[in-house]
Design a protein around this ligand. Sequence first.
Ligand code: GAR
Length: 210
Amino acid sequence: MVRTAVLVSGGGSNLQAILASQLFGEIQNCNLVSVISSNPGAYALDRARAAGIEVSVVDVSTFPTKRTFNTALMQKLGDLDIELVVLAGFMQVLQRPICKEYENRIMNVHPSLIPAFCGPGQYGLHVHQQVLDYGVKVSGATVHFVTEEVDGGPIILQKAVDVLPDDTAKTLQRRIMEQAEWEILPKAIDLFCRGKLTVEGRRVRIDEGA
Ligand code: GAR
């Protein structure tokens, strides 16, 4: 069983999707050891507690620098002997030492079709507002491995979602979560934990065999 930590900062609907997929047996060989939040007030922590998962808080506001925050987070992951790190609405940038230590073992869900509408400062509703302002007709979600380049790592799964004429950032966000994120993030975790992912340069090969 792959020892897994889910890192969160906010509402935790992606965490909830992971928990539901585990209950339905759709994620195999995954031991969800801990949910770690950068924000002590995150509703995701309540969701984790309700599911009986151990929680910890590495409160970003208590650290003098991003570097010391990253060091504390890496310590926590090491203490828990974590093998897979899942960023599910985690709003902090991971710096080089963590990215190197967990190379191709950290995955993130981003609410657009990377490489569009991504990179530094692109998170949450900002992404969907930019999609609307640009006028694209299709957006979606991406799960990718994390490197020190924000949203720049090898892509594992993507799913497209139509942008509708009357969408607001909120309605688009919700539809992309429901139709894409909540499906592809649990699926990517399952593929990883069953050893079905191989990274070759920028490309992730998926072994579709049983
Ligand atoms: C999700 O839409 C996720 O893709 C996005 O934040 C939301 C978190 O929702 N993440 C990013 O924008 C990261 N760049 P949740 O807390 O309900 O899962």
